[in-house]
Design a protein around this ligand. Structure first.
Ligand SMILES: [Zn+2]
Length: 111
C-alpha cells in the first residue's frame, strides 16, 4: 500500500491518496508527499518487527510469572537456580525489547 508523509509533523498515512487533512496536526493534503516504495517497504518491515517484539514481550512476561511460581515452590536447589536464571533472562530480554521499540519510535520515520 502507498504511504504518505506529512511534511509538517511526520505522520505517516497509509492509502492510495494523501488524507484531506493530517489527523495528527491538521495540515492540508498539499503538505503530504508520497514515500518512495523502497522506504515504504522498510516501514512495513519495521511495523512487523515491532509486532513480533510485542508478542515476544508478552510471552516473556508469562515466562517470568511461571518462573516466580516455580522458584517460590522451592522443590530443590537446581530447579530454583534454573527458575532464577529464567527470571533474570526474561527481564533482561524485555528491557532490550523496550529499548529497541523506543529507538524505533524515536527515529520517527519507521511508522
Ligand atoms: Zn501532520
Amino acid at each position: 500500500m502507498k504511504k504518505w508523509l506529512c511534511g509538517v509533523c511526520g505522520y505517516i498515512h497509509d492509502g492510495e491518496q494523501a488524507p484531506e487533512a493530517c489527523p495528527k496536526c491538521g495540515a492540508p493534503m498539499e503538505k503530504f508527499s508520497e514515500i518512495p516504495a523502497e522506504k515504504s517497504a522498510l516501514i512495513d518491515r519495521s511495523r512487523k518487527t515491532n509486532q513480533i517484539y510485542m508478542e515476544i514481550s508478552a510471552l516473556l512476561e508469562q515466562v517470568r510469572e511461571l518462573s516466580e511460581i516455580g522458584r517460590d515452590d522451592d522443590l530443590d536447589p537446581p530447579c530454583v537456580a534454573l527458575f532464577k536464571k529464567a527470571i533474570v533472562y526474561s527481564v533482561e530480554l524485555q528491557q532490550g525489547i523496550k529499548a529497541e521499540l523506543a529507538s524505533h519510535m524515536g527515529k520517527g520515520k519507521w511508522g
